[in-house]
Design a protein around this ligand. Sequence first.
Ligand code: BGC
Length: 340
Amino acid sequence: MKAELKKITQNGIKVFEIENDNGMRAELLSYGAIISKLFVKDRNGNLVDVVAGYENEDDYASDICYFGALVGRVCNRTAGAKFSLDGVTYELAKNDGNNHLHGGVEGFNKKEYSAEIVGPASIKFSRISPNKEEGYPGTMTVSVTYTLTNDNALEIAYEATSDKRTPCALTNHSYFNLDGDFESVLDHEVFIDADKMSDIDEELIPTGKLIDVKGTPYDFRKPKRVGKDIGADDRLLHIANGYDFNFVLNDGGIDDVRASAYGKKSGILLQVFTTKPCIQFYTGNFLSGEKGKKVYKKQSALCLETQNFPNAVNMPSLQDVVLKAGELYSSKTKYVFSTK
Ligand code: BGC
């Protein structure tokens, strides 16, 4: 096991490295609490970096894809970039047309965090998000702890408190290609334990309606090649240009496999465990040749973002995502790797 400060970049970003006893290792940044590298073993025992990102850590400052980052205060889209709470309407930063996406113009992905080594292969990043940051009420203390375990899990534990009621829905935005070549994820096999997914409008905002996935291109209840139905002539696939949908997880919890993705070339299987109720399955449809460790073309990577119902703050009947003053927000996601 290892947890150490590896280097400090020209712009002052601290790069940490954590490693388990099997040689699986991750690099983590004090900027954006970003997972910049994640090396896991393929079926031949060779280490493969399975996450998208930049070779030069200082390049994350101009990233628009949220590669590997902590996303908050509220991930996904908030319709009209506003919401009402206790009779007050809060205007949020608009950074996706008329809407608010992933915490705004300078969300949690664009901030510097203080870092602490908290275990043999564990780093905790923390920050105070000031009142009115990107339009949100309340001063919020947020932390995310990344831990590698010897059963080849990367555990992500989120915590937050606020001095005022404020919506809070954190996620991590890693883009995976389990073959590590970042050519295409269309041959990856994906499983998602969800009978239902959120319908969306033309602006990718959930309408509030839930769609039964049975018999649709959105049925991943058995592992399925991503490319099998991605080209189907279906309204939602046309809107999103591929998969970019909120899947509502069936009953279960942190001990159940909620989703998985498998790279046939490497034999690497990623299994997702989470306390969250939903997963955004996104096939990198907006990637357009970003240059990083690799060149990231459309659908060269996929995200399985564990999340709350998108836009829930405007649809409280779906889920309450408002953190009460003085209460602890706490959620956990595990990305577990194996080969087959
Ligand atoms: C969203 C996409 C968005 C992307 C930004 C994903 O979580 O679902 O619609 O474009 O993040 O990188």
